[in-house]
Design a protein around this ligand. Sequence first.
Ligand SMILES: Nc1nc2c(ncn2[C@@H]2O[C@H](COP(=O)(O)O[C@H]3[C@@H](O)[C@H](n4cnc5c(=O)[nH]c(N)nc54)O[C@@H]3COP(=O)(O)O)[C@@H](O)[C@H]2O)c(=O)[nH]1
Length: 752
Amino acid sequence: MKKNPADIDDLRHEAESLINFEPNHLDADLPLDLQTLFHELNVHQIELRMQNEQLVEAQQQLIASRNDFITLFDLAPVGFLRLDEKGRILQSNQTVQEMLGKSHSELRDKFLAAFIHADDLSIFNARYNAFYKKPEGKQIELRVLDMHKKPIYVELSGRLIKKQAGASVDFNHDCLLVNIITIGERKKMEEQLKLAAKVFEHSQESIMITAPDTTILKINFAFTAVTGYKPAEVIGRTPKILSSGRQSPEFYRDMWQKINKEGCWQGEIWNRRKNGDLYAEWLSICRINDKFGRVSHYIGIFSDITLRKLNEKQIEQLAYFDPLTELPNRALLNDRLKQGIVQAVRHKLWLSVFFLDLDRFKILNDTLGHFAGDLLLQNVAKRLKSCVRESDTVARFGGDEFVILLTDFVDEQSAALHSAEIAKKILDVLSQPFDLSGNQFITSTSIGFTLFPKDGSSVDELIKNADAAMYHAKASGRNNYQYFSDNMRSEALTRSTLENDLHHALPNHEFIVYYQPLIDLQTTPNQIIGFEALLRWNHPRKGLISPDDFIPIAEETGMIVAIGEWVLKSACKQFKIWRDQDQPQLKKICVNLSARQFLQNDLVHSIRQCLDSTGLDARFLEIEITETVMMQHMSAVIRILQQLMQMGITVSLDDFGTGYSSLTYLKKFPINSIKIDRSFVRDILNDPDDKVIVHSIISIARHMRLDIIAEGIENKEQATYLMQAGCRFGQGFLYSKPLPADGLIDLFPMFD
Ligand SMILES: Nc1nc2c(ncn2[C@@H]2O[C@H](COP(=O)(O)O[C@H]3[C@@H](O)[C@H](n4cnc5c(=O)[nH]c(N)nc54)O[C@@H]3COP(=O)(O)O)[C@@H](O)[C@H]2O)c(=O)[nH]1
């Protein structure tokens, strides 16, 4: 029976009182020996009883602690297995049993291998022996299978238990106590960390991780590739090592303010590589907080955008700058003008727009070549820039045309005054000789300028008006400047109305082709050998408009291509009708082609198509071109003319004598006839110069075996003179004004 602590204390007191026994207290009847013996017996008995009580107590404690241990062993949050040398399970705790979904008896004497995932068995088998013998410091990671054969990641660690002397059957031999913990979460974390590490290392973006004080803790490969710095060279230092000095302290202050306020910042930054080169990076910096909301790290991620920036710059350069002169081109000029207008409106300021055209630039190009022409344009660009402020814009508008934008004038008077001064300066500077690779060249320029807001409110209007003023400068003898006037405004208005109306003329069938007969002067009576097709515009409000008034607009706007095609087709069709009316003396129909038509890609193809569709034989068609057309696009024109000639078409050179009239050109160009301009015919009877010119032209043409046609013959005397001078063909009011096709029938007997 278990004594409670109070009983034990009683006994202990009883024993102590006996131990302290003194003989004079004992029963005097008993001999002293006996009394002593009796006393000792009592003491002994009490001691025995005490020992027994203590033993019982110790046994009870042992059982309790064994039970406690078993509870602890079973319910420990980690699994325990006792394995023998072969890996057989000797004992398992409840945690393992629950993990594997097996009872103790189902596990007992089974090999642990039976519960391991097939793919991990080889690891276990290969390592168990060594693990058993010396488990210290070793772990085996593998997957065991639960009751549903689902793999669970576990880590085994162990301790060898040597057999104990006097141990129970279970422990009378060596065994391995294996500790099993599930590591599924840890594995997941490890996988994620591995993945993150791989992403970090192999990222194309450069990454740098810093401590809260911006000390660099880690960088990746891409960081080294971009900056040239290896980890050992930057870890422990701050990103200042990359600083280029290009960003201001305010820039960095704003950047850090944003990071600390919003958590992230991104933007473009210029830094310096280890080799000293500057580079541009697109950088994002993010603040990483710990669970208490304090900064734990900063992560900087950047990519090198230097090449992209260079490309962008080149593209921008190409898109907005003229490659030859490096001046802003039309697109940038438009942009600057728009901005200038906005600013001027906002601050009530005035602008001035100059339009410049070099005088006789084409002559230089043709005489000294394109290289010299390019050099001149480059030098002109430099000189123009030297005449204005840095904030003004000098742009190349195209060819030999420049536009200058002057800004920030406080009122009209100062704008007009300064513009006039600058115009004079430009005229002076550009009239100084240019040294073009050793060749001295003198040029001049014609300038027109216009003011905002007085003379125009839009970019187009301002340029158009400045251009109109420039034309007036040219017309006033070149090498001067003109300020856009109200007269010019009404001219510009008329022009823009006409341009607008011209767009509708073709679809509204407002064009008519007139024909002027070509006469053989040497036949009696003079025979009509063909016609020149001359376009008329029957404007709905203004009536008949001369081609001189609308052909230049059609040229500039490009409408001439469609209009020219229509004229060609109408003329060919009409001439075919006349030919089919049994008129064998009709040998040619002449059609004027303008410069712009020569620039279209498929001119030859379109002429061929026209002949095919009208059925007119190519030998009846004559193309008229002016010297100006020939000069502007020389090689292209020669090529096209050759192709036309191969088709059987003839070519005549119109307005001869009014342009450059270089004899070299005459030799170069494939032509069949020359037309003497009517300005020489008009005064031929009275003006000795005109006589000389006409005689010279006829003589040249004869030598070159070219036909000669004199234009603008208005009286018989002129006709007789020309005929006697050797001119075979002519046209003019003497014979007929240009008329519509049906008007010609009544005039000439051959049509009867
Ligand atoms: N690209 C194209 N140009 C064309 C076309 N149609 C005409 N034009 C060109 O327009 C210019 C003006 O032509 P137009 O007003 O028709 O004048 C022609 C004649 O009317 C005029 N002429 C003819 N005889 C006389 C005369 O005795 N006296 C006098 N004062 N004028 C006369 O000459 C013009 C013919 O010019 P040309 O072409 O040089 O032979 C003119 O340059 C036309 O070329 C077209 O469809 N496309």
